[in-house]
Design a protein around this ligand. Sequence first.
Ligand SMILES: [Zn+2]
Length: 324
Amino acid sequence: MQDASDPLVAARLFHDALPMRIREYLNHRGIRDAVIDTHLLGWDGRRITIPIFDRDGRVAFFKRAKDPDDDTPGPKMLTPAGCSAELYGWERLRGEPPRIVICEGEFDRLVLEGHGLAAVTATGGAGVFRREWAATFASVPEVFICFDRDEAGRHGAVRVGQLIPHGKIVELPAEVGDGGDITDFFVRLGRTSEDFEELLASAEPAPAPDEPSPDHAIPKRNGRSRDRIERIKRDVSIVDVARQYVASLRGTDRVLTGRCPFHDDHVPSLAIYADRGGFHCYGCGAHGDVIDFVMRVEHLTFPQALDTLDALRLNHGRTAQGDR
Ligand SMILES: [Zn+2]
């Protein structure tokens, strides 16, 4: 006996009821059959149903898109009242993809999936990306953020980029028009996966949030001091330093995660960015470079941290060059 009050059963029933004209409409807007079937898009008799799965793989709720043949006024997309925003695409994150695109809108996500790209979106629009989701992206080596070409999209993308420091912002070309989105790019402009790859290749990190950087905290120093800092950052690997304090550190050669030494961390919230020489904790917000890390973890002043790291740097140099 099928219990239609079970949302997963309902999702399957809706999917079975998907009329051919709606399937064709979805195809025309760039959502392929395989994607429609995998993601159980359906029809409740009035609207297109999109089951949204939560972090544990259960159907949390349905988004409902307007019937394309319904020309009465009304919202294009409905979210049930009282539902908090979800991340649409948790299953992608569970699969530990080498890269992922965070986009704006369920249909845009499905268009990207149809082009073979792992993609997720917040169900609440450009401005709703929850801080606690960000940590999940720490272990994805390449994170791209591609929102609509409008003010809300730009704003939202920068915000997500600041929550996920290794995320890069992808800008859709001017040809998509004001408010243009990923669907416009692929469907209206007829662009290809290769074209999208070019956009990804030119993606840029989000501008840093307005917080005083450690360099500004130092009173204007002479060139020697600045050179010394640069030498330390260049020669001392933040991964080697962090390993001494974070036993659980693991990941790729670019991004490693582990339990944060700066707060009572039950999940690995700390990300170490080997290539940029930085760290960021998604739990407590601790953030900075190798010098900040040593200052915090050893409770040192800035000059003391420099001395400590200089000693490490010279030791390293000796090991690397062998005994001379
Ligand atoms: Zn922390």
